[in-house]
Design a protein around this ligand. Structure first.
Ligand SMILES: [Zn+2]
Length: 132
């Protein structure tokens, strides 16, 4: 699978295979702590230097496991992501798709209005059929 960088019109390339990374979880006091450990591949756009981690399927350790800290030390995660959400939401995607479609229809309608106004200004009646 290829991942395009829209900024550079280039593909991300694998920089490091098999990196560990950690997902954090928020505590009630607003700080964050360990939650899950994952593996993944670190990708980088050679154009702009933007990086992303392509996650492996599931976590290989979770915070409640007694060996979590040992696994964390052994795998040395390159980053902890302290962020809730961000999962792909099909309802949100559908809402965006509908909003885009409505904007597209509005643009077409605006273009027709502009065309009618231009035709009126030039003395043409575009509402009348051409062949009668
Ligand atoms: Zn880029």
């Amino acid at each position: 699978m290829k991942f395009p960088c829209p900024r550079c019109r280039r593909f991300y390339r694998v920089k490091t295979q098999g990196v560990a990374w950690e997902e954090g979880r928020p505590l009630n006091d607003g700080t964050w702590t360990s939650y899950k450990l994952f593996m993944g591949d670190l990708l980088e756009c050679e154009g702009c230097g933007s990086q992303m981690i392509l996650p492996a399927r599931g976590p290989f350790a979770e915070h409640y496991q007694p060996d979590y800290e040992a696994l964390k030390t052994a795998h040395a995660p390159i980053v902890r992501v302290d962020d809730c959400g961000g999962t792909w939401d099909p309802d949100r995607a559908l809402q965006l798709q509908q909003a885009n479609a409505e904007q597209g229809l509005q643009r077409i309608s605006d273009s027709l209005d502009a065309l009618r106004a231009a035709a009126d200004a030039a003395g043409f009646d575009i509402t009348r059929p051409g062949h009668d």
